[in-house]
Design a protein around this ligand. Structure first.
Ligand SMILES: Nc1nc2c(c(=O)[nH]1)N[C@H]1C(S)=C(S)[C@@H](COP(=O)(O)O)O[C@H]1N2
Ligand SMILES: [Mo]
Length: 506
């Protein structure tokens, strides 16, 4: 029995775990929050294989916390792979009585595992080398410590190894953070595609800010921050130069299009609101942007659709897929611009689908394939119990309430009903007995600039003298055909929330 850390079971476990931490840190340091990060493929596998109830709960109820839990699990699992590689190499070195085997073995096995997971031979060294480094360090400390130098006790050597691994993880986190490819609109470059009328985009964005109601904390007509819902927290990173979109399946001839070709085609600038089917009744997963893209119609015509079910399945880089009627897609766009800028990575760069009037989930991001189907099939969320491929449900949300200086109370929010349009928003301040019309923001301009945008929300505002004592305010919308939003309350699953938003005032 020697006094080596690596000669005890606990010591080997500790060093293996430290190697796992260092391997993860090294991987993150060279990739950032990108698909080449060791945890990313694990996260994708989790998103694909976890029971639907868990995925739905994590993403819709816990929201970004749920995504972080998923990522955390993936990080732990990926770290465990590296730790197991290190442990196997240490034991093999022991058995073979070979001092080189633990380090080289850890490096090689970690690298092989990382390449198998990510397909990135060069970046995988980012995981392999630090993991091996920790094992070699533990060996070296053991060798230097020996039996005779009590200062360098076993405990101290073990702690040093752990300390180095933790230091590596802080460093890796910092470096990786700098490397993370940009994902949000704030840092996206301005659009400069030949097919886009940039003046038109600017005119429309100006109109949107002119027409936004002057209610300070109410989101303007073009959302300042746009919600994101993804099955993975690490977004795909697609090289536009290598991106193609194919129309496949039940077609006369398959058609494939690349990014340059798409950008050369005449594009439209179109306001459209997106809302997630998992949004709560008065939630914040509803936003509006000016989308720039090419009508998908002409591509479908070129391919010659021969569908038995009049339905399509859209496929994406992240393994996501959704099926819905081809008719809905015909009115849609292949989007590569958002608010006058290049579509951000988080919203589907280089190209996403925009399907007017339908729940967010069919607006597939990182789009790669439009598969025309012969028979109905289920999409990612439908396989997990949702029914979110249809038109959105009408809603009037209440996101602002303020007592004005003159003693009146002012309420405001957004109303959206997809392609049904909005004709009125009504407010009741006596709990639903009597109703009065709210003031609506002017509609956003349509593609041609003159009429009203077909598929965009409107803001509403209403001020009143509050009755003395408590009261309940209720808000509802009336769609373009005169139908009043249903009062019947349903939860988001499976097909989106319904009911009237109300709020009590003391
Ligand atoms: N490829 C892909 N597309 C996707 C998703 C996804 O996870 N992967 N999420 C969908 C869901 S559920 C919604 S609500 C919208 C949200 O779009 P946003 O993130 O741009 O707001 O994207 C849809 N498109
Ligand atoms: Mo969604």
């Amino acid at each position: 029995m020697t006094d080596d850390v690596l000669d005890t079971r606990g010591g080997r476990v500790l060093v293996s775990v430290a190697a796992g931490v260092a391997g993860l840190a090294g991987s993150y340091a060279v990739t950032g929050n990108a698909p080449a990060f060791l945890a990313s493929p694990v996260e994708r596998t989790l998103a694909r294989t976890l029971p639907g109830a868990i995925v739905s709960f994590a993403i819709t109820t816990l929201g970004s916390v749920g995504q972080q839990l998923n990522l955390l699990t993936a990080v732990v699992v990926a770290g465990l792979f590296v730790a197991l590689a290190a442990r196997a190499a240490i034991l093999a070195g022991d058995a073979a009585n070979n001092r080189l085997l633990p380090g080289t073995g850890t490096a090689v096995v970690t690298w092989v595992v990382a390449v198998a997971l990510t397909g990135e031979p060069v970046l995988s060294a980012g995981a392999a080398l630090p993991a091996a480094g920790v094992v070699v360090l533990a060996q070296a400390l053991d060798a230097a410590g020996g039996h005779t130098t009590p200062i360098s006790s076993k405990r101290r050597r073990a702690l040093s190894t752990v300390g180095v691994a933790l230091g590596a993880s802080v460093l890796g986190y910092r470096l990786g953070g700098q490397r993370t490819p940009t994902a949000t609109a704030a840092d996206a470059p301005t659009l400069a595609s030949p097919g886009v009328d940039l003046d038109d985009a600017q005119t429309k964005l100006d109109a949107a800010s002119d027409r936004s109601l002057d209610v300070d904390d109410l989101d303007s007509l073009v959302s300042e921050t746009f919600f994101e819902v993804d099955i993975n927290s690490i977004d795909p990173q697609v090289d536009a130069g290598e991106w193609t979109l194919s129309v496949t399946g039940a077609v006369e001839q398959e058609v494939t299009l690349d990014y340059d070709e798409l950008q050369g085609m005449p594009a439209e600038n179109r306001f459209s609101t997106l809302r997630c089917v998992g949004d709560s009744l008065n939630g914040k997963k509803m936003d509006t942007a000016l989308w720039t893209g090419v009508p998908v119609d002409q591509l479908l015509d070129e391919a010659g659709v021969q569908s038995g079910c009049e339905c399509v399945m859209l496929h994406a880089t992240d393994g996501y897929y959704e099926e819905f009627p081809i008719e809905a897609l015909r009115g849609g766009l292949l989007v590569y611009g958002m608010n006058g800028k290049v579509l951000p990575r988080g919203h589907g760069y280089p190209v996403r689908a925009l399907v007017p009037g339908h729940w967010g989930e069919v607006n597939v991001k990182w789009l790669t394939e439009i598969e025309v189907l012969e028979r109905e099939a289920e999409g990612y969320w439908e396989q997990r119990g949702w029914q979110g491929t249809g038109p959105v449900k009408p809603v009037a949300k209440l996101h602002h309430a303020e007592l004005l200086d003159d003693g009146r109370r002012r309420l405001a929010g957004h109303a959206y009903a997809g392609l049904r349009g909005i004709s009125r928003v009504e407010v009741s301040t006596d709990g639903g007995e009597t109703w009065a019309d709210a003031t609506l923001s002017d509609p956003l301009p349509a593609v041609d600039g003159d009429r009203a945008a077909e598929d965009a929300w409107r803001q509403w505002v209403y001020a009143y003298d509050p009755p003395s004592g408590g009261h309940t305010a209720v808000v509802r919308m009336v769609d373009g055909e005169g139908t009043v939003q249903t009062a019947e309350e349903t939860n988001p699953p499976p097909s989106g929330p319904s009911g009237w938003v109300s709020r009590e005032f003391a």
